[in-house]
Design a protein around this ligand. Structure first.
Ligand code: CP
Length: 322
């Protein structure tokens, strides 16, 4: 099938002023809107009987995942496949990294196999930026430490956009472990660039108050204050692996203070619920909230494929001879 038709000039070279997608700090509102418009087109393509387009025939995409992932890894693989790209993937445990090979050498070997795009998830903040400097491949950040998760934030704002009239009138509260959340950071960048109002809420030990001035957001340690006047609440995963650090007394106490329940939905009848996944049911959200009709968590996942198709479509090099 042909590329999607759109008011957006999809074949315009240089439509994005970036070669890579490393974080959203330098992406302008027009670029984000262009990515969202393109993803919306692909979202419609995904509902058709034939979901594959030939656009990236001959282009190769390598997914290097040095941390576990379900949604990001599968959706990048599906997205590349639906654009007809060739895909390969590598996880830390099955790679020569376990024998001591460095990230740079891994990437240069991948590049020597003429890979065009590297999708990288890595525990070290800045790893995708490093890779972009030391290889010629296009690099897409699939989450680097607590730094950035740009495609997650873009799929989140894409999902929000289907429920709102304008970002300028939108109020979003992000609730949880803000300090360690790459999702929170990238969402703040995307949402504030698009003009939305953002509140960050969590226990004091997980709430970097300096973000208030640095990122033009409001912070609060009270869930009720975060939900008052809020259109969309995005709960973040409590990272059990950090529980030893004593950042909160217990998961039960966390749930008591910051868990969203059916009672909150009753008190806020228009509130929509989002979560990047994986959800700790009964901690960030009760079962009733996860499965509620105002939970749009699975729409986020569906939109993730379309958004990653758009990112690959706009950034991956084309093989003109294909
Ligand atoms: N939201 C997200 O990054 O999920 P995965 O870790 O499963 O990719």
């Amino acid at each position: 099938m042909a590329a999607p038709t759109s008011s957006a000039p999809l074949d315009r070279p240089g439509a994005l002023h970036h070669r890579h997608l490393l974080d959203l700090s330098t992406y302008e509102a027009d670029e984000i809107r262009y990515l969202l418009d393109t993803a919306q087109e692909f979202r419609e393509v995904l509902d058709r009987p034939i979901r594959q387009v030939p656009t990236l025939q001959g282009t190769s995409v390598a997914s290097l995942f040095f941390e576990p992932s379900t949604r990001t890894k599968l959706s990048f693989t599906l997205a590349a496949g639906r654009l007809s790209a060739e895909t390969v993937s590598l996880s830390k445990s099955s790679s020569s990294v376990t024998k001591g090979e460095t990230l740079k050498d891994t990437a240069r070997n991948v590049e020597a196999m003429q890979v065009d795009v590297v999708v990288l998830r890595h525990p070290s903040p800045g790893a995708p930026h490093f890779l972009a400097r030391c290889t010629d491949s296009v690099v897409l950040n699939a989450g680097d430490g607590a730094h950035a998760h740009p495609t997650q934030a873009l799929l989140d704002v894409l999902t929000m956009r289907t429920h709102i009239d304008s970002f300028e009138d939108l109020s979003v509260s992000v609730i949880g472990d803000i300090t360690h959340s790459r999702v929170a950071r990238s969402n703040v960048q995307a949402l504030t660039t698009l003009g939305a109002t953002v509140t960050l809420c969590g226990p004091e030990t997980m709430l970097p108050v300096e973000m208030e001035a640095a990122m033009d957001v409001r912070t609060t340690t009270r869930l009720d204050a975060a939900l008052d006047g809020c259109d969309i609440a995005m709960a973040l995963r409590i990272q059990m692996e950090r529980q030893d650090a004593g950042l909160f007394p217990s998961t039960r106490e966390y749930h008591r203070q910051f868990g969203i329940t059916a009672d909150h939905l009753r008190r806020h009848p228009d509130l929509l619920i989002m979560h990047p996944g994986p959800v700790n049911r009964g901690i960030e959200l009760t079962d009733a909230v996860v499965d509620h009709e105002r939970s749009i968590i699975l729409s986020q996942v569906t939109n993730g494929v379309a958004l990653r198709m758009a990112a690959l479509y706009l950034l991956a090099p084309r093989r003109e001879d294909a």
